[in-house]
Design a binder for this molecule. Structure first.
Ligand SMILES: C[S@@+](CC[C@H](N)C(=O)[O-])C[C@H]1O[C@@H](n2cnc3c(N)ncnc32)[C@H](O)[C@@H]1O
Length: 687
């Protein structure tokens, strides 16, 4: 038996403060149901923070309230056997971490750190506690809510301001418009299905068309605004990969026709042409001073000039300069097809202004029809252009093949692949071992949960033992959405007689939504939804290595620690919610919690994609304590449920629940980290 470790007054204050701050919020969420934050609760939290001038005040307050009575920290009991239970990673023992080695490791590190059984008041202890940098990590947290109308009005405001600034700047620099268009297009590229947009004459379903439609909706795009000669903001050598980009920047405003024109009283005047070249031929001669453009074909008997041919002839007659854009086609490799979701890639290069010198009628090779050929000469004095170099460097393609793309971060371990994209740079996600079940050596002797005996459904609150454990109410509705946040949810488990389809088995079936890990601009990697996720849906588990808090203190990387703790008994935190969970009623404190031992999940080395979910001050997920395969209440699983409807491409986030000025570095100095969640509610700091 390892003696309990008594800790210094200062550390016990910290411990108690930590417990006090583990807050779960009293909000309910159902599909489509939103509500304002519980003001009393928010007020209480605010008051709580303000009224405790020192931790000692807070400590006294808590002790008076009867909370935080377990101020004794226990040393991890090292010599218990390791159990494998369903859902837990089975091979941990095989990795050389058997109980004996661990016992020695613990004893050595205890000596190193100044810990010893029954004697922990040495000053070194605090430095060791500080060493792990945070006194508490991100935790099951709270969520402030805004009604849908409020969020919509925020979006509209945001949208409006984008529209204004974009259109003002666009006039001066059409390139800005191109960037915006490309980012819309890239977003569509990473979605698996192209959203359908109906509308006038646009062939729906093509990502480029859909992106253009969205771009036009956001900007005051004037299709009729056409330039003769140079187009402000464009330069010779500009490269494009989508025909529609030429429309966006104004070089060529015809979606499909190769000749763009301007209307004049005397008839249309050609102002730009897009000519498809043979890359092999061009690479050989690399000369663009004189080019030939094949106009539209005509019947053999027809000698009249009309349409685009006539417009080109008028430009010849009036010596109107014509913009010449060369188009080349490249067939993509299998890997590239995956990224661009097309078999060919066109490259359009703006070559400058040309004048049309002459034209003639030519018979097609098969002799069935005629077409007009126009010879164009490049206007002298324009910038040189090396088309070959542009095509060979493929630098311009980087916006389509940026950074990296990975089909499945889990390498088939998840039921639904989790893709990875990086449009910011070429960095790959940091290495970690992907696991889908908790990895642990601290979960010993798990009390097997009392299974229910239901064979005809688990919704009967009188009959189903698991429903009874949940206070007589099923935690999920008939769509499998959680009804409200609870201190702890019990799902049916391995010992239950009900089938896997049971209504009380929701989070144990793994991932079902398409999600994507992506590189954010300011917060490193993040996770986003690729499809709509209704409020209340189970999204994912924080799958990690489960370690004791003491072990967490020893770990040098604190970026991926999630303190699970146990806040079930803090009734104040559950005000307004039904907390009639029998196992959590006073007087029924289980043996798991008697010692007050608390645990942490660490995903720095082992974990799933949830390690990349960032913090937000206005999150769309919340962390729910949940048990199904064991009964140890000090080690609940952390399950993320959607606390609002999540739209495709929306970043997933939860509230890390840190407290400003409560995070310390190895020397005990307060550490600070700015928050970049960018929401209306942002407090500016993560901690
Ligand atoms: C669990 S990790 C989240 C994934 C992380 N972005 C990454 O690239 O691995 C937590 C770390 O992400 C960063 N982070 C998460 N949310 C943030 C936010 N709202 N603002 C700034 N940084 C954030 C911080 O560096 C934090 O320590």
């Amino acid at each position: 038996m390892v003696e309990p470790l008594k800790i210094s007054k200062e550390s016990s204050e910290k411990e108690v403060f930590r417990k006090k701050r583990k807050v779960l919020a009293p909000w309910r969420f159902q599909e489509g149901y939103e509500r304002w934050p519980n003001r009393n609760w928010a007020q209480k939290l605010g008051d709580g923070r303000k009224s405790h001038a020192t931790n000692q005040d807070l400590l006294n307050d808590i002790l008076k309230d009867g909370h935080g009575a377990n101020n004794t920290m226990y040393f991890e009991c090292p010599n218990k056997k390791i159990n494998n239970i369903e859902g837990l990673e089975p091979n941990y023992v095989n990795q050389g971490l058997d109980g004996k080695v661990q016992l020695e490791e613990n004893l050595n590190s205890a000596k190193d750190s100044g810990y010893s059984s029954g004697n922990s008041t040495k000053p070194q202890i605090m430095s060791k506690l500080y060493k792990a940098v945070v006194t508490w990590r991100f935790q099951p947290g709270f969520k402030r809510h805004f009604p849908e109308e409020h969020k919509l009005s925020l979006q509209r405001k945001h949208h409006y301001s984008v529209q204004i600034s974009a259109s003002c700047e666009l006039a001066a620099n059409p390139g800005l418009g191109l960037n915006e268009f490309r980012s819309i297009y890239r977003e569509l590229l990473v979605e698996e299905k192209t959203p359908q947009v109906s509308g006038s004459g646009i062939a729906c379903g093509r990502r480029d068309w859909v992106a253009f439609r969205k771009y036009k909706e956001r900007n005051s795009y004037d299709e009729a605004k056409k330039f003769i000669g140079e187009v402000p903001g464009t330069r010779i050598g500009d490269v494009f990969h989508l025909r529609i980009e030429l429309c966006v920047v104004g070089l060529h405003r015809q979606y499909q026709s190769s000749v763009d024109f301007i209307k004049r009283e005397e008839g249309n005047l050609a102002i730009s042409v897009v000519s498809y070249g043979d890359m092999g031929e061009l690479k050989k001669k690399n000369k663009i001073d004189i080019v030939e453009f094949s106009g539209s074909s005509v019947e053999a008997s027809d000698v009249t000039l009309d349409g685009s041919n006539l417009a080109l002839v008028r430009s010849l007659e009036t010596k109107t300069p014509v913009r010449f854009i060369y188009g080349f086609t490249r067939y993509l490799t299998a890997a590239e097809i995956l990224k661009v979701k097309a078999k060919r890639l066109n490259t359009y290069i703006y070559c400058g202004l040309y004048t049309i010198e002459k034209y003639w009628r030519k018979r097609s090779d098969d002799g069935t029809h005629y077409y007009y050929v126009f010879r164009l000469r490049r206007v002298t004095g324009q910038a040189d252009l090396n088309i070959r170099e542009i095509l060979e460097s493929r630098k311009s393609e980087s916006f389509l093949f940026p950074g990296m793309y990975m089909e499945d971060l889990s390498f088939g371990k998840e039921k639904v692949p989790v893709s990875v994209v990086n449009f910011i740079d070429s960095e790959k996600p940091p290495f970690f071992k992907y696991i889908t079940g908790l990895r642990t050596r601290v979960l010993q002797d798990p009390t097997p949960p009392d299974g229910c005996g239901c064979t005809d459904g688990c919704s009967d609150s009188m009959k189903c033992a698991c429903v009874v454990k949940n206070g007589g109410e099923l935690p999920f509705n008939d769509k499998g959405h959680i009804v409200e946040a609870k201190p702890l949810v019990f799902e049916c488990g391995p010992a239950c007689k009900c089938p896997p389809t049971c209504v009380n088995r929701v989070s144990q079936h793994g991932l079902k939504y398409r999600l994507q890990v992506f590189k954010t601009k300011k917060m490193g990697w993040g996770v986003r939804a690729l499809q709509y996720i209704p409020s209340g849906s189970f999204v994912c588990e924080y799958v990690a290595e489960l370690i004791s808090d003491q072990e967490a203190q020893r770990r040098s990387n604190d970026e991926y620690l999630f303190s699970i703790g146990s806040n079930y008994y803090d009734e104040k935190l559950w005000e307004g919610l039904k907390t009639s969970i029998p196992a959590l009623q006073k007087g029924k404190i289980s043996k798991d919690l008697e010692g007050g031992e608390t645990f942490t999940l660490d995903t720095s080395e082992f974990g799933n994609f949830s390690r990349f979910i960032n913090h937000s001050c206005m999150p769309n997920l919340y962390a729910q304590n949940l048990l199904y395969d064991h009964d140890n209440k000090s080690m609940p699983r952390i399950m993320f449920f959607a606390c609002e409807n999540i739209q495709p491409m929306e970043e997933l986030s939860y509230h890390y629940n840190y407290s400003v000025d409560q995070v310390h570095d190895a020397n005990g100095n307060v550490k600070k980290l700015k928050c970049f969640c960018g929401t209306e509610e942002c407090t500016g700091w993560l901690y």
